[in-house]
Ligand binder design. Structure first.
Ligand SMILES: *Cc1c(COP(=O)(O)O)cnc(C)c1O
Length: 478
């Protein structure tokens, strides 16, 4: 049976159910599988015609033991999790007409129009499945920079064993994103607007991490989290790399590249996982915005913390790419001790230096770029005015701009799939500003669910960041 250990190496292996229910490992590390399952070329051939759901079943079966979730139940969980997606292909991959060999994968056809929906529905449904079986309840605490909160809130609606708390920093997210959390009118979903967090979502993560350190509180209130520290999410996100691959290659074995807008490194780690499993991916383009932690690792050989900048691509305004620890765990040869030392140094000094050998592993198959808001705006404009008349959201634009910048390093004819992680309707003000279209938004920027939320009252709890911890303890207790 495949079991799960911690990136810090300080726990005995646990099963999938425990890893999902706990979120964080007990030693403060993140859960990772003991080994990464391998997929043969034969299997790739067999999977190449599969639907997203069929592929999900095959891949998840490598990570989840049948004694933990029987096959029929797993199929049911996948089916119900993908049901809210409005596109028949779930995540369509579309060819872009210029330049050649470019593709875009639309990951935003879920209920809250971002790529977070892809894995969140499955995580919440799986949680509910385990809780129902154990006759337990849980209070989920989620800090959001824009898209995780809406996805979690939506997926939690009406779940009888889950109480969901979504916390967002005031003025760091768009009106549209906020309404996706505050207009749900579900008694088990609580939206909390937090004032005075200059560090944005990172400030909220600090509060949540402090709450989780209080073991008595965690036990008594059954606290858990569904940020991308939860193994279930990164695991599920590896599926779209396989699915996209099969849509664009001419033959199994062809090497392709992915350009990924990167914040916490969850999506990119999932890509790395897919490659380690055996998917032929030549390169990942790590597309940072101006909060460029990974880009700086490549340039300076150190992971360092810098003050957060607010950019047009707010969901990737993240100073600490915490899933990078998972990557470092595998890149260091599953050395929990080394990772723990790095994590401690990072905590104390705000920076970790890597030696040449480690840097070679970090850069192996990874390129990176740091994209400015100006580049984002010109990319949106160019793509919209171009032959496809395609309207990008600011995050997808970061990926496309990074692909433009780095494609010459990939070799001739290598296909690049840019991951489009949000629907432009979540960012009408940016569209307006970039296209100078006044009040008349292009139809690609309008979505029925966003329009519907405008006509509903918002229900929101307010707190100052300095009082958030006690307010949460009080409210969750009642
Ligand atoms: C979360 C998010 C990302 C970044 O994903 P990470 O796993 O944090 O790197 C990119 N784009 C959008 C729109 C997102 O919501």
């Amino acid at each position: 049976m495949l079991r799960y250990v911690s990136t810090r190496g300080g726990i005995s292996p646990v099963d999938f159910e425990t890893a999902v229910l706990q979120g964080f490992a007990a030693d403060g590390g993140m859960f990772v599988p003991q080994r990464i399952p391998k997929v043969s070329t034969q299997q790739l051939h067999e999977w190449s015609e599969s639907s997203f759901q069929e592929l999900a079943f095959e891949i998840l079966s490598l990570y989840i033991d049948r004694t933990v979730i029987p096959a029929e139940d797993l199929k049911k969980l996948i089916r119900s999790s993908m049901a809210p997606f409005t596109h028949p292909d779930i995540i369509p991959v579309i060819p872009m007409s210029s330049p050649a060999n470019r593709f875009a994968m639309e990951l935003f056809h879920g209920p809250t129009l971002s790529f977070k929906d892809v894995a969140m529905g499955f995580l919440i449904n799986t949680l509910e499945y385990f809780l129902e079986r154990k006759k337990q309840t849980v209070s989920l605490l989620i800090a959001t920079t824009g898209d995780t909160g809406p996805a979690a809130a939506h997926a939690s609606c009406g779940k009888k064993n889950i109480d969901c708390w979504v916390l967002f920093p005031r003025r760091f997210i768009t009106e549209e994103q906020q309404r996706q959390m505050t207009t749900l009118q579900a008694p088990n979903v609580h939206a909390v607007c937090v004032e005075n967090c200059p560090g944005g979502g990172d400030d909220l993560d600090v509060v949540i991490a402090r709450l989780f350190k209080d073991k008595t509180l965690v036990k008594k209130r059954h606290l858990s989290s569904v940020n991308s520290i939860n193994w279930c999410r990164v695991m599920f996100q590896s599926i779209h790399y396989f699915y996209g691959y099969f849509q664009v290659v001419d033959y199994i074995g062809e090497q392709i590249a992915y350009s990924v807008p990167t914040g916490a490194f969850g999506n990119l780690f999932a890509g790395y996982l897919a490659r380690e499993m055996g998917l032929p991916i030549q390169s990942f383009i790590c597309a940072n915005n101006q909060n460029a932690a990974i880009y700086r690792v490549h340039k300076t050989c150190s992971l360092s913390r810098e003050t957060l900048k607010q950019t047009a691509s707010n969901a990737i305004d993240i100073a600490v790419p915490y899933n990078f620890w998972r990557f470092l765990y595998f890149a260091s040869g599953c050395n929990g001790h080394t990772v723990q030392n790095w994590m401690e140094r990072y905590q104390l000094e705000g920076t970790v230096q890597f030696d040449q050998m480690m840097m070679a592993k970090i850069k192996n198959g990874f390129l990176s770029a740091s994209i400015s808001d100006d580049q984002v705006f010109s990319t949106i404009r160019k793509t919209f005015k171009g032959p496809d008349q395609y309207l990008l959201d600011p995050h997808g634009a970061v990926a496309v701009a990074a692909a433009d910048e780095l494609c010459h390093k990939l070799g001739d004819g290598v296909k690049i799939i840019s991951l489009l992680t949000a629907h432009p309707a979540k960012f009408p003000n940016i569209t307006r500003q970039v296209l100078k279209c006044g009040s008349v938004l292009p139809s690609q920027c309008i979505h029925a669910s966003i329009e519907a939320a405008k006509g509903l009252f918002q229900q929101v709890k307010l707190s100052d960041c300095s009082c958030l911890e006690s307010a949460l303890i009080n409210d969750i207790s009642s």
